[in-house]
Design a protein around this ligand. Sequence first.
Ligand SMILES: Nc1ncnc2c1ncn2[C@@H]1O[C@H](COP(=O)(O)OP(=O)(O)O)[C@@H](O)[C@H]1O
Ligand SMILES: [Mg+2]
Length: 362
Amino acid sequence: MSHPLSPGSVIGMLGSGQLGRMTALAAAPLGLRTHVFAPEPGPATLVTDLYTRAAYDDEDALARFAATVDVVTYEFENVPARTAAFLAGRVPVRPGPAALGICQHRVSEKTFLRDAGIPTTGWRAVSNAAEVAAAADALGRPCVLKTARFGYDGKGQTIVRPGTDAADAWRVIAGDKAELDAIVEAFVDFRLEASVVVARGFRGEVAAYELVENRHRDHILHQTIVPADVSDTVRTEADAIARTVVEALDYVGVLGVEMFVTHDGQVLVNELAPRPHNSGHWTQDGAVTCQFEQHARAVAGLPLGSVARVGDAVMTNLLGDDVDQVPTWLAEPHAKVHLYGKTEARAGRKMGHVNVISPRRG
Ligand SMILES: Nc1ncnc2c1ncn2[C@@H]1O[C@H](COP(=O)(O)OP(=O)(O)O)[C@@H](O)[C@H]1O
Ligand SMILES: [Mg+2]
């Protein structure tokens, strides 16, 4: 596909979660349909009639899927590398498998950031308990031990404190496995957590939403506050970092850059998410173009839309039982409720979110 997709074209979406759902909904007004490929139905399959239910290693199903879509994207970063490579041999995959591979592994991600000259906290790759002990000696305690792969919402990580036995910390992330790809990071005493959601189009054009502040509860995003309470210097630095990341990855699509802002105003990148990001949900009601439409535009080869902010925004996640508060939110005329269609409200499960937009103060 060397030209923009025309109306009626189909975006292939790996994954059936809420990010895929919201991308499909935002692609529809552009005349684009979405075909979901996933082993289980989910929020995304509730809004599209094009669905292939199959395992990610089912090559017959993948080949049939590839033949019916014009481009493939994904809504979660743990798409198996082989799946992405198999599809990329048949149809454009955006963002490309190389960028996906880097973002799937914390060590390759940190190595990429270092090579791109982007500041992060100090870190060391480790693969067993003895290396954790040595890394903690080198980086200082407390430090954070994380699995290299498959971590999310604080899962697969633990803090190594002054009294922590490295073998105990190892067991927390590795169970009874003696060897596993992992990383130890120096603990960042941050002033706030922030992120930039950035898009790069098919022709290399870049559009970055402004820096937002993210507040977590129990390691899960609770609120995103826009604008972030930071200096213009921090804002500019964060924007430059996000642009450098998507250029260096030769990226096409939307990407979330999670950052720490330190007490002395340094911006350190924490991690990259090669997809629309929870901290970009405010754009659905608070920006001219929402991040999901932007992702659809980018992967379809269409021009990017304006990232201008139309108001101040607070996005609040509805986790688990928070969904019981929906009637109250609905009675608030300025609150925009976005539910994902999940029926079972398990603790910590992302059920939906609410955007409250108020007139811009600045
Ligand atoms: N090096 C660190 N120093 C201080 N806090 C950290 C560090 N790494 C992670 N955290 C905290 O843990 C949260 C989750 O870690 P993160 O690396 O973003 O993993 P994930 O979001 O994939 O679970 C971060 O948002 C931050 O609050
Ligand atoms: Mg994170």
